[in-house]
Design a protein around this ligand. Structure first.
Ligand code: COA
Length: 176
């Protein structure tokens, strides 16, 4: 199912090469993380390191099957343009959870995020997934505006552990 999902996603994103990221290949996407220092200062209170990036790749909620986590890099013109962290079947079997969408700092505002979200929405249509959920750090107003623009509605507030910090988050959902 996850391999099918990735190939469907590929069919909606012709101009990107999509590759799963592993602990071993994580260094290749570090420029995306390093160019988003402001985001990590806001969310985790410190810059991200290769080690914390590797920990993110393997981070799952208790009891979740790691095989249903997708950690994908999107390459364009030999540059990693974005990283997407997805949990399929979380928090309910017919839901998807967007753990992170991070666009390379030099490419933000050029439509990369929009293309990925719209491809994702098209790809999840045939899978039985009924809703996509996410949580955004409350102070990340730019991202909240971005998700709203893409059909996500605020459902409430909560707290989350990001790195080793507890932060206030806004929870959002987009139904099919
Ligand atoms: C938030 C983020 C994913 C958006 O991706 P992006 O590639 O920069 O955004 P896009 O260029 O695709 O913008 C898509 C649309 O959203 C709009 N948009 C983007 N940022 C916006 C903002 N701050 N306020 C209002 N609208 C915004 C754009 O105007 C654009 O509209 P259009 O499609 O009508 O032209 C990206 O900026 C990012 O990685 N930010 C840092 C990390 C982050 O906050 N991630 C989200 C938390 S999970």
């Amino acid at each position: 199912m996850n391999a099918n999902f990735i190939s469907t996603l590929r069919s909606y994103l012709d101009d990107f090469e999509i590759r799963p990221i592993t602990r071993g290949t994580c260094y290749r996407v570090m420029p995306v993380f390093d160019s988003n220092n402001e985001f990590f200062m806001l969310t985790e209170g410190k810059p991200i390191t290769l080690r914390s990036c590797q920990a993110n790749i393997e981070a799952i909620p208790p009891g979740f099957d790691i095989n249903n986590k997708l950690y994908l890099g999107f390459w364009h013109n030999k540059m990693c343009a974005a990283v997407l962290d997805l949990l399929i079947g979380y928090p309910k079997p017919d839901c998807l959870y967007i753990g992170l969408l991070l666009v390379h700092g030099e490419l933000q505002g050029t439509g990369v995020g929009r293309k990925i979200v719209e491809a994702l929405a098209a790809a999840w249509k045939g899978t039985g997934i009924k809703a996509a959920n996410l949580a955004v750090v409350e102070d990340n107003k730019k991202a909240i505006a971005f998700w709203k623009k893409h059909g996500f509605k605020r459902t409430g507030t909560s707290t989350a552990i990001v790195g080793d910090t507890c932060v206030n988050v806004v929870t959002m959902v987009r139904n099919l």
